[in-house]
Ligand binder design. Structure first.
Ligand code: PLP
Length: 379
């Protein structure tokens, strides 16, 4: 007897980054959380939620937050939808815009949830590889025949930022909906929010998980044309945002100064880390997010990932084409980053001579294979 839908049975499901127990003492640089606390106003709002708000159902549209977001961007309430994290909003866009067997396009590598959502929806994922330094494959993507495309900007896990003009041009040519996942955009130099009202087919997604230090809260929002937002509303849970979340999100969004100050600290640390990692032999991809993707010396990402883990530092590593030789490191506090650098330095020095020679040989061999046409091509 088969109980599951065929596509659900066949899929692996999303693998979240490790979340160690509260008692475990680790330096956690693996899921791009903010190392600084959320706004004190948000914490106070959390403490002050009256018990009666829990007894009753919440506002199904979280209109208090919708109005704050609308005011922030000079749009109307009808342009905004709140969600249980931007992951929920991503689920809603795939559910609302891409039918079974239809196409969803995105560049690769990117946020590993997108293919999972395509598998759940039983739609076709059209994956277009980014350029050599992970640049947006704009020309190719905008010509794809798909119901929707998702552009993560800055991209995860690369941190590469695509200029807004490029996204604008792509949205002008593409026939479907363009979803711009701006989970990390507060750490970047620009953003595409203006396109959410300029273009009828653009939806911009934001989250409070990163720049607002509220990953545990689960709150995100979408901004776009009222017709698109109305469509998302139809396919969401009736009460997708709980009463506590809405109150805390409202307070956090109203304290922009706190968020900005933390973002500045993170960006300053990101700038400090880049030359220091480079000095240690890492090849760093320029990042406009709160993390850094870096190729490890010798090219064996697993070795460095496991080495760091053994020393109590969690970073992210994927055994995937173009990523297996790299680590994604979330930017931590200055102390956390110093600890990371110290351990990396020790590891670089401690790799015994044989291991180093082996890693370098493997690296050279892989580069040779990559140069020979038709062999070792990445997706
Ligand atoms: C690119 C991207 N989009 C969305 C999310 C999910 O954010 P949220 O916590 O709001 O669900 C993440 C989380 O890591 C992410 O990396």
């Amino acid at each position: 007897m088969r109980y599951l839908r065929k596509n659900i049975e066949a899929m692996a499901g999303y693998t979240p980054g490790e979340q160690p127990g509260a008692a475990e003492r680790v330096i956690k640089l693996n899921t791009n959380e903010n190392p600084y606390p959320p706004s004190p106003h948000a914490v106070q709002a959390l403490r002050e939620v009256p018990a009666d708000r829990l007894r009753r159902y919440p506002d199904p549209m979280a209109n208090k937050v919708r109005d704050i977001v609308a005011k922030m961007y000079g749009v109307e309430r009808e342009n905004v939808l709140c969600g249980n994290g931007s992951d929920e909003l991503l689920t809603l866009v795939v559910r609302a815009f891409v039918g079974e067997g239809e196409a969803l396009a995105y560049p690769t590598p990117t946020y590993s949830l997108y293919p999972v959502l395509a598998e759940i929806q039983n739609c076709r994922a059209v994956e277009i590889p980014t350029g050599r330094r992970f640049e947006m494959p704009g020309e190719k993507l905008m010509r794809v025949k798909a119901r929707a495309m998702i552009l993560c900007n800055p991209n995860a896990p690369t941190g590469v930022f695509t200029p807004v003009e490029t996204i604008d041009r792509m949205a002008g040519r593409f026939k479907g909906v363009v979803v711009v996942d701006e989970a990390y955009v507060d750490f970047a130099s620009d953003n595409a929010m203006g396109l959410a009202t300029k273009r009828p087919n653009v939806i911009v997604l934001r989250t409070l998980s990163k720049s607002y230090s509220l990953a545990g809260l689960r709150f995100g929002y979408a901004v776009g044309a009222p017709e698109l937002i109305k469509g998302l509303e139809k396919v969401k849970d009736s009460y997708n945002v709980d009463a506590v979340s809405a109150e805390v999100a409202a307070a956090a969004l109203s304290d922009q100064d706190w968020m900005r100050a933390n973002v500045e600290e993170v960006c300053a640390e990101r700038a400090r880390l880049v030359p220091l990692l480079t000095e240690l032999g890492f090849d760093v991809t320029p990042s406009e997010a709160n993390f850094i993707l870096a190729r490890v010396p010798g090219g064996d990402g697993r070795l460095w990932y496991e080495g760091l883990k053994g020393r109590g530092i969690l970073v992210r590593w994927w055994n995937l084409p173009r990523l297996a030789d790299k680590l994604r490191i979330s930017v931590g506090t200055p102390d956390e980053n110093d600890a990371l650098l110290a351990e990396l330095k020790k590891m670089a020095e401690g790799l015994d001579a044989d291991e180093q020679v082996e890693a370098v040989m493997r690296d050279l061999f892989k580069q040779r294979i990559r140069k020979e046409p038709g062999k070792g091509a990445t997706r």
